[in-house]
Design a protein around this ligand. Structure first.
Ligand code: 5GP
Ligand code: MG
Length: 196
């Protein structure tokens, strides 16, 4: 697996530091509105699976408040795709209630690319009437769509190339790499992504 890495873009130590900073910003913004609602509201995190798995696991351990976690599973890069095929909701992992009337919602994804996934998910959530809706991604690609998409929190800007690691996959592999990396070109041109 490690021989497939081309470049390490973001090292695990930088990620850990940034996740902690993001958690501070998020806590600061979310704790007050919930206090102001005087017990009539709660925080609901909505991680978009599968890519946000590692990020959300790290982030929530730095968020010291009560929260619900409502998983949603969306896939835009099925199998060996390295360009978006458009977001598709996947069941049965989704645990969204019919209404989010009492919730301050924070949607969490791994990476903002075209913005189609977040647009799709935030439209779906807005229809459930949350008290507030915020968005957070670990990575934002430096391309026009991503840079113009409104986002409340992001970890790092990265070049417009295909990355894996820290939850992000190619053909469902490489999610367990602790750093955010690019892969060598031959991984895509051979069947290696299947057997790594
Ligand atoms: P968008 O809908 O913004 O184009 O893409 C977001 C989704 O596509 C992310 O949730 C992520 O799963 C996937 N994605 C986008 N860019 C990359 C990438 O560089 N690497 C990987 N592994 N997935 C990506
Ligand atoms: Mg994703």
């Amino acid at each position: 697996m490690h021989s497939d890495i081309d470049q390490v873009l973001i090292h695990r130590s930088q990620i850990a530091q940034r996740v902690e900073q993001l958690a501070h910003e998020i806590s600061r913004d979310l704790i007050d509105p919930v206090h102001a609602d005087d017990g009539h509201s709660h925080i609901a995190l909505v991680p978009i699976l599968t890519g946000s798995l590692i990020f959300v696991a790290d982030l929530i351990r730095h968020l010291p408040m009560r929260m619900q976690i409502r998983l949603i599973s969306v896939s835009s890069y099925p199998d060996r795709a390295t360009t978006s095929q458009g977001p598709n909701i996947r069941t049965p992992l989704d645990t969204l209630p019919d209404s989010l009337d009492d919730a301050h919602v924070l949607v969490i994804d791994d990476i903002l690319d075209s913005g189609r996934t977040l647009q799709f998910v935030t439209d779906l959530l807005r229809a459930k009437n949350p008290r507030s809706l915020r968005t957070c991604v670990m990575l934002r690609k430096q391309r026009r769509d991503a840079l113009s998409f409104p986002i409340d929190y992001f970890g790092f800007d990265i070049p417009d190339s295909f990355v894996v690691g820290y939850g992000l996959d190619y053909n469902n592999y490489y999610r367990n790499l602790p750093d955010i990396v690019t892969l060598r070109q031959e991984v895509f041109s051979t069947a290696k992504g299947l057997t790594a």
